[in-house]
Design a protein around this ligand. Sequence first.
Ligand SMILES: Cc1cc2nc3c(=O)[nH]c(=O)nc-3n(C[C@H](O)[C@H](O)[C@H](O)COP(=O)(O)O)c2cc1C
Length: 185
Amino acid sequence: MRILVAITGASGSIYAQRLLDNLDTHVHEVHLIQSQYAASVINEELPDSLRVPERVAVHSLKSMNAPFVSGSNVFDAMVIIPCSMGTLGRVAHGLSSDALLRAADVMLKEKRKLILVPRETPMSLIHVRNFELLLLAGATLIPANPSFYTRPQTIPEVADTVVARVLDHLGTPHQLVARWREEKD
Ligand SMILES: Cc1cc2nc3c(=O)[nH]c(=O)nc-3n(C[C@H](O)[C@H](O)[C@H](O)COP(=O)(O)O)c2cc1C
């Protein structure tokens, strides 16, 4: 698959890190783009900064010379993780003012897989209305709401309860988190 991972300035940079860590770049073509504010939050939250795996193609927000800004260059999926309410609102309203927003717009218009991992609390009516718009337009929303029934012991294990659902929706096999009532080997 050709997958675009987009990171924004919502809390939860670790979700993006764990997703990048778990996408096999020998199997998938993985591209990365970051919003203007992603780096500020990464600096606060990831002590070793973002580790970009080898073979991941990194793109500039300000250049439209990226393959995914045109529907003619087919990508299978885009994941915005974590997704700020600002980016979510801009995507919901079709703003395409940079390469990240344009890529999301392309995914929606081409009926391709767009997964957003929103993070905010509490929610306003504006956020919820934007969720509705995105769902109607065909996006998948996987909120950054970790689960605890698998008893995660570390922060990465907590994050993986969300990333596992993203990988499920991408259709990539993984064994990140035990599944409910799955027999252990
Ligand atoms: C440490 C930190 C954490 C933040 N967490 C969130 C968050 O969880 N959700 C959110 O919508 N915005 C959050 N913000 C605010 C966004 O970074 C801000 O709205 C920014 O304009 C988003 O821009 P972007 O969508 O281009 O990344 C946070 C900001 C900082 C500095």
